[in-house]
Design a protein. Sequence first.
Length: 264
Amino acid sequence: MIASLFISFSNWQVFDELKWSGFKNYEKIFTRDLFFYKSIVVTLYYAFASVITTTIASIILGLMMNLDIKRIGIIRTILYMPTIVPAVASSFLWIWLFNPDFGLLNSILSVVGIPKLQWIFEESTAVPSLVFMHLWASGSGALIILAGLKDVPKHLYEAVEIDGGGWWHKLVYISIPIITPVIFFNLIMGFIGSLQAFTQAYVMTAGGPNNATLFFVYYIYKEAFVNNNFGYASALAWVLFCIIALLTALIFRSSKGWVFYGGK
């Protein structure tokens, strides 16, 4: 990291001599680089959309995993299995699913009479499609939610039943407040991971169409390993580090109003 910080203040093409450039890389980022602002908007859009949808899906799946029914172990395994599929392998699988001509998703839509979508091959639907794809890996967060649900004292549910409450009251007044630290953890990890999204853009879209999926880390990769601007790429990486640190600090600050720890 120290070397990266030093390189960010230089003009370096690896095979050429490293030349000190001061703050020129950072000046270019904030004043002349339109791709920087495009990648920031795309990345934040993807991060917020994917974290919100995945958090909701994880809570729902976690509640399903917590049901006291037969074969629940098999159900938990099935829901968790997509998270262990390598990112590149799942990306190739979803390329086929998103294919507008013979993909499975459009085949299903045609059966119910819905017009075919272009998915990742159209600018307006590219990011929403990748957000939808991200739900594929909700099992990891759901498992953490399940661990939190297992720690909820059963006598609290019994107290709700005695007062005449149903499953909704148990969920809203007992389960959700007690697992807020777990939800908070998932939010933090989700934002950090989503802001560093790379594989989908690299394997599936190459940042297109029309830079609609130009994620920030993919932009850093292009500057470093395609354009050979390692100094500028290092400066971009440090900007991303500051953005992640700032958003993480804001989430921590907001947690005081909605995260409830034991004993409070």
